[in-house]
Ligand binder design. Sequence first.
Ligand code: PHB
Length: 384
Amino acid sequence: MKKTLATGAILALLSAQSLMADKIKVGLMLPYSGTFTALGVNIENGFRLFVNEQGGKLAGREIEFIKLDDESDPAKAADNATRLSQKDKVDVMVGTVHSGVALAMAKVAKDNNNLLIIPNAGADALTGALCDKNIFRASFSNWQPGYATGLMAAQKGAKKMMTLTWKYAAGDETVAGFKEAFTSKGGQVVKELSLPFPQVDFAPLITEIANTKPDALFVFFSGGAATKFLKDYIDAGLKDKIPLYASGFLTEGALVEGVNTDGIYTTLHYADNVDTPKDKAFEASYKKAYNNAIPDVFSVQGYDAAQLLNAGLVAVKGDISNRAGVVKGMEDAKIASPRGEFTMSKAHNPIQDFYIRKAKGTKNISEGTIVKALADPARGCTMQ
Ligand code: PHB
């Protein structure tokens, strides 16, 4: 009897050891081509930075990356996510930037009981009607920056505004969040314009804005297209005539190299001078790792996606097969983010502060917060 017990204990120990020797497979499904390429790269850089700062291991487990270019193409998303889940058999999927692609990833994750960490895509349903114990977001819901910008536009005194965005989940939902806040403060949206993703033929829309003469314009654009929009808006002579109040993706760092964005006001959950010890250390470490590159909100979200995974793994001492324990660790996490500390809502979306930011050069300088601890309303989520 004694002997059997001892053998059992040794076997258990050996299997625990071999489990810890296996690498954890992280599937990075991100855009490495198209208008969101820089976003995908910065998310990956942020994620890897955190892992490297821990010596390449999270909770004692080595990390192996499998990369996939999702091209920000929703039509290919289900096949791509299924490949990571079924062929590569990743332990966790990390992705992506585009809301439509992320919605397809979430379906695959649900159907196959995969863990999914979203490092950008804001589709409200991911932590709303489609919320799930296995789905976590390290970034924001589209509603959040839209809502914060609506509050800011009202505070700046705009009364009649127009909106302009791409016609897809992120554009529609950011505008909806904006309208909710702006109209609650007495503002009026007089015209809503859009064009299909990822088109950049802004000229006819800019002409219509110039003719309508609203007090200000709300826009949601991001990536390479945001730079093109800013150039066109400035060339049309509108920057000083019809102020832009936008979610801050419009003016993020390197994207606006060579464009005079000075004076443009945006809101976002990150700014260049957050100036906490955590943010300063993050910026220094990022610059050192990536040839002096300045981190932006996307780098931060990648870094925090890794921090979130780490919180889950630490809770189970690296045993990722203990899914319930990993999920609990992530739900209880207090993430020491460069943006400021945040916690997860019951629907698994960050509860976080939003900054008012004024652009200067390639920087977005915080003028304080417009709203603190903003939680997405998680409409339709029954996990609460
Ligand atoms: C999205 O599609 O959800 C999205 C894309 C780029 C951003 C923000 C949101 O900067």
